[in-house]
Design a protein around this ligand. Structure first.
Ligand code: FAD
Length: 283
């Protein structure tokens, strides 16, 4: 449980962090809240030569109204999101999910940027980002780029983030009027990671569903949008029977995980149950 030897540098600004990243190349690792990276280093699953600490960069820690979207700095903690009043009008699932992450220590140190960069298949935020159609703003030596969340998560602990790139901001579009959202999860009782989690944003128009976004986590080796569920919900009145039938195949097309927490069959069952709960709560 003792990490391999490493050097430590603290960046005072985004520019400084980018310079340090460029200087140290792939021996460097960004340290934000440390609640995923440090455990991995203690298990020697990760052995960076240099840690670049971005945990005190103030310019990365904000949540603000960007007009048609909410802008969240990568350094915003889970607790910052939990206590923000920016997540109304169809974005309620953001505070709901934040409150279900770990314990107070994890929520006060862990950051949104760190969680999505780590891309744990049981993490909560990836499902919420997917259901939000969020965009991730990253910067590296090649400049700044924006990545759609549907392109960002590429597999088991894998993202589209390239060596030397830093996540700066997560942009969350405000959903159309008439939207509600919910995040529901079956959690691992000790860590509270999602064995299965579902984020749903439902827009109702004249008694029927005009738009649905359903993001799933914990089911497969990476998060995904259950587009078959979204299609089955759209145009329906969303009584309990209609929702249950639309969510019946929430794990369809996925290579469903099986581990000592839940078998493949149980996860498939949980996927349909939690998709139904999230959609019902959001409609
Ligand atoms: C006991 C415990 C319980 C937990 N429970 C949950 C839970 O219920 N749900 C859940 O979703 N998570 C849970 N977590 C994980 C927690 O949310 C972490 O805080 C989060 O996954 C990582 O954020 P961090 O800021 O701590 O990142 P770090 O651990 O500092 O970094 C994680 C990775 O992201 C990279 N990184 C960090 N910031 C950036 C950036 N801005 N740009 C590029 N790369 C970056 C790092 O280099 C590293 O590879 C738990 C963790 C613990 C220890």
């Amino acid at each position: 449980m003792i990490p391999a030897k490493f050097d430590y540098e603290r960046a005072g600004s985004v520019d400084e962090a980018l310079t340090m990243l460029a200087q140290h190349g792939d021996s460097a690792k960004i340290l934000a809240g440390g609640h995923s990276l440090i455990p991995a280093m203690k298990l020697r699953l990760n052995q960076p030569g240099v840690l670049i600490d971005i945990g005190r960069i103030k310019e990365l820690r904000y949540i603000k109204d960007g007009g048609d979207h909410v802008a969240i700095g990568a350094g915003a903690t889970h607790d910052d999101i939990l206590n923000s009043d920016h997540f109304g009008g169809g974005l309620e699932m953001w505070t709901e999910a934040a409150g279900m992450i770990g314990d107070p220590q994890v929520r006060h140190k862990g950051t949104l940027g760190g969680s999505i960069a780590h891309a744990d298949p049981a993490a909560d935020w990836p499902a919420v980002l997917l259901a939000s159609d969020a965009t991730i703003v990253v910067k590296g030596s090649g400049g700044q780029r924006e990545i759609a969340s549907s392109d960002f998560f590429t597999g088991f602990y894998m993202t589209d983030l390239q060596d030397g790139e830093l996540i700066l901001e997560i942009r969350v579009p405000k959903p159309p009027a008439g939207s509600k959202s919910s995040y529901q999860k079956f959690m691992q009782p000790a860590s509270r990671f999602a064995i299965v989690g579902c984020a749903a944003v439902i827009t109702m128009d004249g008694g029927s569903c005009s738009r649905a976004r359903v993001g799933m986590t914990g089911v497969a080796d990476g998060p995904y949008r259950a587009t078959n569920v979204e299609d089955a919900l759209t145009g329906k009145s969303l009584d309990e029977g209609a929702v249950e039938s639309a969510c019946a195949d929430a794990a369809e097309g996925q290579s469903v995980m099986s581990d000592h927490f839940a078998s493949e069959g149980y996860r498939e069952h949980l996927a349909r149950v939690y998709a139904k709960r999230a959609v019902m709560a959001a409609s």
